[in-house]
Design a protein around this ligand. Sequence first.
Ligand code: HEC
Length: 155
Amino acid sequence: MRLLVVAVIVTSFSALAQESVFPSKEERKMARLLEPQQVTAEVKAFLKLKMKAHNKDMRDLVLAVATLKYDEAKRFAQGIANSPRLADEATPAPAFKTLQDALKKDATAVVEACEKKDPDALAASFDSMMATCMSCHNAYLVPLREEKAAKKPAK
Ligand code: HEC
C-alpha cells in the first residue's frame, strides 16, 4: 500500500512539474525531495483544525467536481483557498511553506476553472490540488501515524 502511494505521488509530481504548480524550479525540486519530518505540538494543534475544514470542503468538492456543479465546486475550492495558513516562521520546514502555498494556488486554479466552466481545466486543477494534499501528508502525516502506531501496545 505504501509503495503504491509513493508511486502515485511520483507520477503526480511529474505531472506537476509540467504544469508548474510549484512557483520555481528550486521549490519544485525541494518539494519532490521532501523527506518525512516531525511537527511541533503547536503546529499539530493548528493543523488539526485546518485539516478538519479541508476534510469537509474536500469531500463536498469531490462530488461537485465529479458532477460538474461549477458553482458548488467553486464555493468549496474557495473554502480551501481561503483557509488560514501557518505563519512563515511557524512552518516546520521550507518545504511545508511551499506546499501550503501550493495548496492555495491549486485551490485558486480550481476556482478559476469553475468560473470559466471549463471541464478540462477543472480536472487538471483538481488533480494538482489532490497531489499537493498527498505530498504534504506523505511527508508530515504518515510519520505521525507511524509514531502513533508504534506507541500502541502490541496485541
Ligand atoms: C502543507 C501541508 C499539508 C497540506 C497541503 C494538506 N495537509 Fe492535511 N494534514 C497535514 C498534517 C501535518 C496532518 C496531520 C495533523 C495531525 O493530526 O497532527 C494532516 C491531516 C489531515 C487530515 C486528518 C487525517 C488523519 O488521519 O488524521 C485530513 C482529513 C486532511 N489532512 C485533509 C487534507 C486535504 C483534503 C488537503 C488538500 C485539500 C490537505 N489535507 C492538505 C498537512 C497538510
